[in-house]
Design a protein around this ligand. Structure first.
Ligand code: HEC
Length: 223
């Protein structure tokens, strides 16, 4: 069980963070970097920002999944849910603080459907998730490339990294009929509004959103 989980997590990490060519496309949260009334954005093809965004997203994913796998191996799914519930938000904040010296203003997770309302997508996040979904092929071994966008009203850039569902996620995000009753009861207790179930392996689960410090910090602090 333990090894299976680790294998599966490392596979999804490898899958999610394979360096993909940035595909040019022609169309244009609460603790976020910009006010919610900001809704205009431009899709950009910026390889350097995409690379820095990917690294920041990998740092957050690695920290969260590392902690999850550790809890899972020590106390199984129920222990892992308790850890996610009590630590995921703090660990996300801590990762953002570590990334600040690399010119990154914010890093957060959003879901296509969410468990914690703090991870609800804002208007721009929703558009990007819709775009990922439109380009999503659950049968393909590679999800679409991440996306850099520019917010003309604030001069800021963001990077979106798509997060696919792996087999190891299904114990907590899979079909309700396949979730262990004790696990389901804990989810219900901590997240009465939970919508983050019913996913299948290969689905789009959500995205990691990286906000770059800007305008000055965007390029200047790059190493
Ligand atoms: C042990 C149960 C468990 C497993 C396994 C699990 N998650 Fe979660 N997941 C949670 C919990 C609990 C939350 C809510 C955390 C919080 O309060 O921020 C969550 C939240 C998320 C979110 C943020 C959006 C939201 O719904 O709030 C994403 C994205 C996510 N999980 C992706 C994944 C992926 C991808 C995997 C597999 C690689 C995975 N999870 C495996 C329990 C789990």
């Amino acid at each position: 069980m333990k090894n299976l989980f680790f294998d599966s997590v490392s596979r999804v990490v490898a899958l999610a963070f394979t360096i993909l060519p940035v595909v040019g496309i022609k169309h244009a949260g609460a603790q976020d970097d910009v006010p919610h009334e900001i809704v205009d954005f431009e899709v950009q093809d910026d390889g350097e920002l995409a690379q820095r965004g990917r690294e920041a997203a990998a740092a957050l994913f690695g920290n969260l999944m590392g902690r999850l796998a550790e809890a899972m191996s020590q106390g199984g799914t129920e222990a892992a849910i308790r850890v996610c519930q009590s630590e995921a938000q703090a660990l996300t904040g801590q990762t953002a603080a570590e990334l600040a010296k690399k010119g990154i203003a914010s890093v957060r997770r959003v879901g296509v459907r969410v468990r914690n309302p703090k991870n609800l997508p804002d208007a721009i996040d929703r558009k990007i998730l819709e775009d990922f979904l439109a380009r999503w092929n659950p049968d393909s071994p590679q999800p679409p490339a991440g996306q850099v966008i520019f917010l003309p009203q604030t001069g800021q850039h963001r990077y979106y990294h798509p997060v696919p569902v792996a087999a190891s996620c299904l114990a907590c995000h899979g079909s309700p009929s396949n979730i262990e009753p004790k696990t389901a009861a804990l989810i219900e207790k901590f997240y009465p509004e939970d919508k983050a179930v019913g996913f299948a392996e290969g689905d789009l689960r959500g995205a990691i959103v990286v906000g770059f410090s800007s305008p000055q910090g965007t390029k200047a602090q790059s190493e």
